[in-house]
Write a protein that binds this ligand. Structure first.
Ligand code: TYM
Length: 325
């Protein structure tokens, strides 16, 4: 890691098992970009408390996400891999940001509006989620934040807040940009909506074969027969083929859909086989890392200490700017 490299920062919430939407939309980029950037990737355990309110579950999920990161190729020698709660300064910084943020501004957040529209109970943590995320990003002086489309607005909150802070207290924060890849910005779930843990439409990133099969078989289809012509762009199976088949196979599937001759059952079987081919090696790698959980905990602790040094140094600047000295 040299100082000249741009800083990449992103995280995943340990609220359950990551799915292939999390992987293609964000996590894959963390691994792909770790040589090019000064990469910092974390497990967002503070954010998870907004929904996971059981100590054993949160702690288990947190270690699981660490194993997931390692299994997809995030190398702790290249990436600063840590857990968010090892940086308590994030809560301190979020408080300072809260004091320059208005309620109507936070009320415009999509996640808040969705929860309200669904009459969900909204705790203050959920309401303030974008501001803690802002602290995550700005405390690291991040340049690039690889995320899926659903987090774009949150990165904009970070940018706006950096600008506002700089305007009030003087130049302190860098303005971050989200890094969103167009072809993977919204990975669809088995029901065609965005894949999401809260919609129950996921395919877990480390799913066992039987679970992959069950998930794919649950994809709803219409009643068109094998020989009938089908519009691939209106088919949830095809939407997923695009992420697991190579270009030649996609073209072949597309042709067979359009000309007739490819039934939904066979299409699902092809998808199951391709997903299994993709996931099987990841599953094996994960099992290897899981054999020594103590080593993973030790790595998180050491990296947490390094990440905290960065946070403390930034907080010195912030406190000086605000007058907390
Ligand atoms: P989380 O755990 O909900 O999601 C992790 C990442 O997965 C992306 N994602 C998707 N991308 C494409 N298609 C989908 N169907 C899909 N579903 C999820 C999300 O956009 C996200 O990038 N709030 C963050 C965690 C976080 C964070 C941060 C990220 C906390 N602080 C600071 C960046 C910087 C989140 O949604 O995690």
């Amino acid at each position: 890691m040299t100082d000249k490299k741009k800083i990449l920062l992103s995280g995943v919430k340990p609220t359950g098992r990551p799915h292939i939407g999390n992987y293609f939309g964000a996590m894959k980029q963390f691994a792909d970009l770790q040589d090019e950037y000064d990469a910092r990737v974390f497990i967002a355990d503070y954010h998870a408390i907004t929904t996971v309110q059981n100590a054993a579950e949160l702690s288990r999920n947190t270690l699981d996400v660490a194993l997931d990161y390692l299994a997809i190729g995030i190398d702790p020698k290249k990436t600063l891999l840590f857990k968010q709660s090892d940086l308590p300064e994030l809560c301190e910084l979020a408080w300072i940001f809260n004091c320059i943020t208005t309620m109507p501004y936070l009320m415009r957040a999509h996640a808040y509006k969705d929860a309200e529209a669904k009459n969900k109970e909204i705790n203050v943590g959920i309401f303030d989620y974008p501001i803690l995320m802002t602290a995550d990003i700005l405390i690291q002086d991040a340049d690039a934040v690889p995320v899926g489309q659903d987090q774009k607005q949150h990165v904009e909150y970070a940018r706006d807040t950096a600008e506002k802070f700089n305007r009030i207290f003087g130049e302190t924060f860098k303005l971050p940009n989200s890094l969103i890849l167009d072809h993977v910005k919204i990975i669809p779930g088995t029901d065609g909506q965005k894949m999401s843990k809260s919609y129950g439409n996921t395919i877990a990133l480390f799913a066992e074969f039987e679970d992959i099969k069950k998930a794919v078989m649950s994809i709803p289809t219409n009643s068109q027969g094998v020989d009938e012509s089908k519009d691939p762009e209106k088919d949830n199976i095809f939407a997923l083929h695009k992420h697991f088949a190579d270009a030649e196979e996609i073209e072949e599937i597309e042709k067979r859909y359009t000309n007739g001759g490819l039934g939904y059952k066979e299409s699902k079987e092809i998808l199951i086989s391709n997903i299994e081919k993709f996931i099987a090696p990841l599953r094996e790698k994960r099992k290897e890392f899981a054999k020594d959980e103590d080593a993973v905990r030790k790595m998180l602790k050491e990296n947490g200490e390094k990440a905290r040094e960065i946070a403390l140094s930034k907080m010195k600047e912030v406190k000086k700017a605000v007058g907390l000295y």
